[in-house]
Design a protein. Sequence first.
Length: 272
Amino acid sequence: MNVNEFLDDLRDRVDGELVNPVEIEEAAVFPDQFYVERRTWKRIRDVVAVVADLKGSTNFSYNRRPEATARIYEAATGNMARTIERFEPDFVDIQGDGLFGLFHGHRRYQRAMCAAITLKSFGIQALEAALDDHFGVDAPDTGIKVGMASGTIIVKNVGVRGTNEPVWAGRPVNYATKCAQAADKQELIITPQVWEHFADNHWVAYSCGCSEENTTPSELWDPITVEKLPEGAADCRRLRTGIAWCSTHGDQFCQAILDGLRLRKSVVAAAA
Ligand SMILES: [Zn+2]
């Protein structure tokens, strides 16, 4: 095995790639095919990325039979994919024990936000609840962490020998991943660019106000700093632990967001 010769060859290839010009092609609609051979990347503007991760998955297999670990993954990852698919993402990829979805086209921010809140709700109401039921005191300390970001993305298929996977370069996936990493289980963290779209949306920013402790609509999102983000780190927003779609009003709120509604009479009245 001539590893040194191979490394020299790689060095030449890297030098070549760095000086060879690349072409960027503007994609007005979300592309369903990406270039492989040509040095042409497609640029898609204002893409919204949703990243969901399982908390503490590296600890699952510790002291647990492979079969039990596998069942946890079947329960978690497969259903995370099922959850995000309901909101018609333009692309979904499972990565490790989590996934990311990209949203473009009509009401991309609204579809992405509803997907993110539903992933969070799935983690709280279905996954964690079921793990506690099945494993009792041995239940793994896990749950779903969600991040969201938006911006311009460039894409091209890269790979050798049939492993052609699209590479998504740019802020949306990168920043959404950092937001998900900064979140604890049951939390959703979004960048300031995403918050801009929802700060004045009463269906997203305020609770329904039907709980006993909280009988009027109240603000749901806290300011939070995501240290690893190079810009706007201090102006992110977090939807707190425990918050999920309300069992009474969730259907109505989700539909209102998807329909592009903004104002609620009860919130307007409270502010007046
Ligand atoms: Zn409610």
